[in-house]
Design a binder for this molecule. Structure first.
Ligand code: PEP
Ligand code: MN
Length: 272
């Protein structure tokens, strides 16, 4: 199918080889399967340290955790802010993991980049063009999440903003889209994985946690994502999901489930 493309730098026509992003020896993109795991939100030094230990022990490479949380309602917990960045950086360093955290405004890009190895743009900010432009001015890798109602073309144009600004280190993240179905929180669009890889050279990461909103669906959809060719997974895991500070405990894996999944993915990796 021929579609008119308004993006250029994000396109595979422009850049035929897969982009591989390397940070401190960890490769993301191409044949490498990167695993990012951790809580929805950084809550305390003890919480993030213990989860980092478990992510590392299970074989993950990147610790996820939000210090700034984009909550749907203004009265919900908004994240602990810069203190959380410091806690996560310490945990990442101690356990030998890269870190990824969400940045919501251009003003906070520099401080987030000072403490984290990868910056996440959330689904609600995919078309926050001032934020995208600011992220184009640095070289820190960016995980750009697909807007929950964004077409592939809109998604790739959002990536184009960052690339056009001069930052080539962009990863695309499918995290589920809004459909008529309400059983799941979002509908994880598995076809997005091969489609984006055909249209673009950028790594494609799948988020089966936000993509389903249900813990029991994370394992099958993580495996399906890998079978569909995902370059990596970002998965929520918590030591005490029932008491997590965001509502995302219901989609967070327990540590033993996370470890089991990674072990099984390793075996699946040999098959696909
Ligand atoms: C998150 O990763 O915790 C998050 C808020 O993700 P999304 O932007 O995909 O909802
Ligand atoms: Mn979350």
């Amino acid at each position: 199918v021929k579609i008119s493309k308004s993006y250029k730098l994000a396109s595979r026509d422009f850049h035929p080889d897969d982009t591989v992003i390397e940070v401190k020896g960890v490769k993301m993109g191409g044949k490498h399967l990167v695993i990012m795991g951790g809580p929805c939100a950084v809550e305390s030094p003890e919480q993030i340290d213990e989860i980092a230990r478990l992510v590392k022990a299970a074989g993950g490479q990147v610790l996820r955790g939000g210090a700034f949380k984009p909550r749907t309602g203004p009265y919900s917990f908004q994240g602990i802010g810069v203190e959380g960045l410091v806690m996560m950086a310490e945990a990442g360093k101690k356990h030998g993991l890269l870190t990824i955290t969400e940045v919501m405004t251009p003003e906070y890009v520099d401080v987030c980049a000072e403490y984290a190895d990868i910056l996440q743009v959330g689904t609600r900010n995919m078309q926050n063009f001032d934020l995208l432009r600011k992220l184009g001015t640095i070289k820190t890798p960016v995980l750009l999440k697909r807007g929950f109602s964004a077409t592939y073309d809109e998604f790739l144009n959002a990536a184009e903003y960052i690339l056009a600004g001069g930052n080539p280190n962009v990863m695309l993240c499918e995290r589920g889209i809004r459909t008529f179905e309400t059983y799941t929180r979002n509908t994880l669009d598995l076809a997005a994985i091969p489609v984006l890889q055909q249209l673009s050279h950028l790594p494609v990461i799948s988020d089966p946690s936000h993509g389903t909103g249900r813990r029991e669906l994370v394992e099958p959809m993580a495996k399906a994502s890998v079978a569909a060719g995902a370059n990596g997974l970002i998965i929520e895991m918590h030591t005490d999901p029932d008491n997590s500070m965001t509502g995302d405990g219901v989609q967070s894996l327990f540590p033993d489930q996370f470890a089991k999944l990674l072990k099984e993915l390793e075996q699946l990796g040999n098959l696909v």
